[in-house]
Design a binder for this molecule. Structure first.
Ligand SMILES: [Zn+2]
Length: 218
């Protein structure tokens, strides 16, 4: 019997977003309540990169695929979960680290579990000192022709690079049609090894990214 883990952060009012002027503050407002026999309804406002979400190639690549142009079957697939837990702030995950944890197969969705979201989501440091992939690791994933890479941290690149408008990992992955899954959570219980991933984002027309409900089956 397989088990299912919900690897998704809940979205809530005033939830933290990436600290940049182009990311909106999160607003989740109940616009009607059950009062007087009415139905409950809400309105949402949040950045395309708040919480657990998918980065489409278009996020960094002007001619890259937009979210609604990625074939839907790419969001469900087999892959591998590798653990790089408790390495501390700003830990770099290298190509050698990945090779040491196991085998990547063509078409895989690689999930890198670091424990960062579980420990630091809601703190300022979450977006400042996240674990990240090395550019060599990203190049290796391109060579292995994987489908996607996910991490339980806000971004695949080091925040230091992003602050300087550099994003070597995003550029090499998204530039080769490999989409990203960011701000995953709840991965500690999943054992290392082969998994099935369901990572279906909102179908935003011409989207650069959007929230996804991500489930891991093992
Ligand atoms: Zn993103």
């Amino acid at each position: 019997m397989s088990k299912f883990v919900d690897a998704t952060l809940s979205i809530y009012d005033e939830m933290n977003s990436f600290p940049a002027d182009y990311h909106h503050d999160t607003e989740i407002k109940r616009t009607q309540t059950h009062q007087d026999g009415r139905c409950a309804a809400s309105c949402f406002k949040f950045s395309s990169h708040t919480g657990t979400h998918i980065d489409a190639p278009f996020h960094f690549i002007p001619e890259g695929q937009k979210l609604d142009e990625i074939p839907v079957n790419k969001f469900i697939g087999t892959g591998v979960l590798m653990k790089f837990m408790d390495r501390g702030p700003e830990a770099e995950i290298t190509a050698a680290d990945i090779r040491n944890r196991g085998e990547l197969r063509k078409g895989d969705i690689l999930i890198a579990a670091t424990g960062w979201s579980d420990e630091h989501f809601g703190e300022k440091s979450y977006f400042q000192k996240n674990p990240y992939l090395s550019s060599e690791a990203a190049e290796m994933m391109v060579e292995e022709e994987i489908t996607a890479v996910g991490i339980d941290a806000p971004t695949l690149d080091s925040s230091r690079n992003l602050q300087q408008d550099k994003a070597p990992v995003h550029k090499s992955l998204l530039g080769n049609g490999i989409y990203a899954i960011e701000s995953l959570t709840n991965l500690a219980a999943v054992p290392e090894g082969r998994i099935k991933v369901y990572a279906l984002p909102l179908k935003i027309k011409d989207g650069d990214g959007a929230q996804a409900r991500v489930v891991i089956e093992y």
